[in-house]
Design a protein around this ligand. Structure first.
Ligand SMILES: C[S@@+](CC[C@H](N)C(=O)[O-])C[C@H]1O[C@@H](n2cnc3c(N)ncnc32)[C@H](O)[C@@H]1O
Length: 403
């Protein structure tokens, strides 16, 4: 418990400098755009907006409240909490300005929040679980707050998708000598494309984004594989996810979605989608949409090892990989390559075209981070594919129904 609070205090200290969630809502038009983004999201999640109408909703880690204003527009009555008083003050002011009712904001930490058992129709938390020490504890609070037949909606960064940002952080740690000013300078010099995309799609500010994942160091992705295990443990029914993880095989388009029955295939598909969240580019969309039968047993295990080992190295405070770890990483990378060749004979070229150079680059960057003589120039030479285009971005959304 003590560790929990210590961790939370560290995060709070950095988030007080710059609220990580704040959206550029200056004009009515901006809010409309943000609203449309969320209408599209719930459309993708096959969650009709009517399901929010007059429903009691709790939001854990609400930040500056913009998402809550959207849910309120859909008809929800909300209780929202966040431990950053600065964000809550801002949310309260914006609520007044937008003349909204039925939203209650309060400053409190998730650790302090005493669950109102089975009180809410919908329990949500967006982009918060990555910043808390006890991730399962947060999830359990959402589950326990929800009424039977209610919904739990979680937005989070997939741990695989975070690998890119952990690489950024490791590089910045080595180059900036812990000077915050230098963090901002190097981030803009090296990861401009990533920052621009986050600004464009997340409608956030440079300072907010950089503070969120480079100044604040407590950032842990969540594996959807683990999330599925929790869902099973707490007797939840999977409702939907975005991105959707399903087979597109439809013999008759009039027939509703086919459920994948084989557990092995489900696990494999999930891991392949996790691999996608590290490397995939828009040009890969067709490939991933056409994955049909990948019955190779080992591929998912190797993908999980690759993600876990990379994450493990990048979550160390010094980011130094041991010789043994480097050897293992290289081996597992080769095994995935062989497995992909074997499993997707017809699609090999497409998947391989990004996986091979990008996984090599991860390996090379990790080696360079180990190098005592690392410099801006030496690292820049190693960066060719990884921090460009669509890879490594994005939040995953999952909805579960409580039985
Ligand atoms: C990336 S922001 C997301 C905010 C908002 N949910 C959104 O989607 O815009 C993460 C938020 O989690 C809050 N947070 C992190 N750890 C927390 C904790 N232990 N208790 C309460 N809030 C927390 C932060 O203050 C921050 O506002």
């Amino acid at each position: 418990m003590k560790k929990n609070f210590k961790f939370a205090n560290r995060v709070l200290k950095d988030f007080k400098k710059e609220s990580p969630s704040q959206i550029n809502i200056k004009k009515k038009y901006d809010f409309k755009k943000y609203l449309t983004m969320h209408e599209n999201l719930f459309n993708n999640l096959k969650f009709p907006l009517e399901l929010f109408k007059n429903k009691k909703v709790i939001d854990l880690g609400c930040g500056t409240g913009e998402v809550d204003f959207v849910l309120n527009k859909f008809g929800a009555k909300l209780e929202c909490l966040d431990f950053n008083g600065k964000s809550i003050d801002y949310a309260k002011k914006l609520k007044k300005k937008l003349k909204l009712k039925n939203i209650n904001f309060r400053t409190a930490s998730i650790e302090e929040y005493k669950v109102k058992k089975k009180h809410f129709d919908i329990s949500t938390s967006f982009g918060v679980i990555t910043h808390v020490y006890d991730q399962e504890g947060l999830f359990k609070k959402l589950v326990n707050s929800t009424k039977k037949k209610g919904y739990i909606i979680l937005g989070f960064v997939e741990d695989a998708g975070l690998i890119q940002r952990l690489l950024h952080r490791a590089i910045i740690r080595k180059l900036s000598n812990k000077s915050e000013k230098e963090i901002y300078v190097y981030a803009k010099k090296l990861f401009r494309e990533h920052l621009d995309r986050s600004m464009k799609f997340g409608m956030r500010t440079y300072r907010g984004i950089i503070n969120d994942y480079l100044v604040n160091q407590a950032y842990y992705g969540l594996s959807s594989t683990k999330l599925h295990q929790w869902a099973q443990k707490y007797n939840l029914e999977f409702y939907s996810s975005s991105p959707e993880i399903s087979l597109p095989l439809r013999i008759d388009p009039g027939i509703k979605d086919q459920k994948i029955k084989s557990t092995k295939l489900k696990i494999m598909l999930n891991s392949i989608f996790r691999l996608r969240s590290i490397f995939s580019q828009q040009s890969d969309e067709e490939v991933y949409n056409n994955l049909i039968t990948a019955q190779n047993n080992k591929l998912d295990k190797d993908i999980e090892s690759f993600i876990n080992l990379t994450t493990h190295i990048l979550q160390k405070s010094n980011n130094n990989a041991s010789k043994k770890e480097l050897k293992k990483l290289n081996e597992v990378k080769k095994k995935i390559k062989e497995n992909i060749k074997f499993s997707f004979k017809n699609l090999e070229k497409n998947i391989a075209s990004n996986f091979f150079p990008m996984s090599n680059e991860i390996f090379e960057i990790i080696k360079e981070i180990n190098n005592k003589k690392i410099s801006f120039r030496s690292i820049k030479k190693k960066i060719n594919f990884l921090f460009k285009g669509y890879n490594g971005l994005g939040t995953s959304y999952y909805i579960f129904k409580k039985n």
